[in-house]
Write a new protein. Structure first.
Length: 256
């Protein structure tokens, strides 16, 4: 019997992708929880950067927004949005952790609007914030999303942040920096990467309790399968204790 929920699993999986001594552009919510968990386990020297200007803060608790004063608490630098994005453009940010309402097979993200008409949308979403800059300029973009056919879609209603664009060499041909782009897609069902030549999303690991059929039936496009597919390691007791007791004791992100 599982002793963790979907969000706890996704946060733990994302945290394991973050390397010690690296830099990460972080939003609030699950991405911030994942970065904090990495700092408290495998990556104590991970440097978190918030788009509002906070660099490597010691967070007293989870911030509620990227402009929250907690993102500056005991930071090594209190800068500005301009300085953070300039740092991205100089190639100094290793990871970006992003979410979105829609993600396509090439890792392009929509967090702007749902519907056919930008000026009269069915749903108006929060928008890019720093997501476009992070996805365009950071070396490895990690995408987190609950999985269903309304989220993993064949065609975005709007492209907020670029992934591999149209696949193949299209990202490089667009002028975006070489060797940047989507790296992982972490959902409640699986972990995906992108096939090196086509840049099409493929399954590399299946989360406990799910099958390939489950994963495919909750995706609008045909997923590729890696030559070897692993089973995702569930959260450890240590990861869960830190996540529940130290990072999110009020269960704002992980739920109750």
């Amino acid at each position: 019997m599982q002793n963790y929920n979907i969000m706890e699993l996704m946060i733990c999986v994302a945290a394991r992708e973050l390397g010690n001594g690296r830099t990460a552009g972080i939003g609030t919510g699950a991405p911030c929880a994942a970065a904090l968990l990495a700092q408290k386990t495998i990556a104590p020297h991970l440097v978190m950067m918030f788009e509002s200007g906070g660099v490597d803060p010691i967070l007293p608790e989870l911030p509620v927004s990227v402009g929250d004063s907690r993102t500056f608490h005991r930071a090594v630098m209190v800068g500005s949005l301009f300085e953070i994005m300039q740092t991205c453009s100089r190639g100094m940010v290793d990871y970006a952790i992003l979410g979105g309402a829609q993600i396509d097979m090439y890792g392009n993200i929509n967090s702007t609007m749902l519907g056919k008409d930008y000026y009269d949308p069915a749903v108006r979403l929060p928008g890019s914030g720093g997501a476009n800059d992070f996805a365009s300029l950071c070396w490895r973009t990690i995408i987190m999303s609950v999985q269903d056919k309304s989220r993993l879609v064949s065609k975005l209603d709007f492209m907020t942040a670029p992934g591999w664009l149209e696949g193949g060499e299209s990202r490089a041909q667009s002028g975006l920096p070489l060797n940047t782009g989507p790296y992982r897609v972490i959902t409640n069902m699986a972990v995906m990467d992108f096939e090196p030549e086509s840049k099409w999303m493929r399954v590399i690991s299946i989360n406990p309790g799910y099958t390939l059929d489950d994963i495919q039936s909750n995706c609008e496009f045909e997923l590729l399968k890696a030559p070897r597919i692993f089973t995702t390691k569930p959260p450890t007791a240590l990861e869960l204790r830190i996540l529940r007791d130290e990072i999110d004791p009020n269960r704002h992100i992980i739920g109750r």
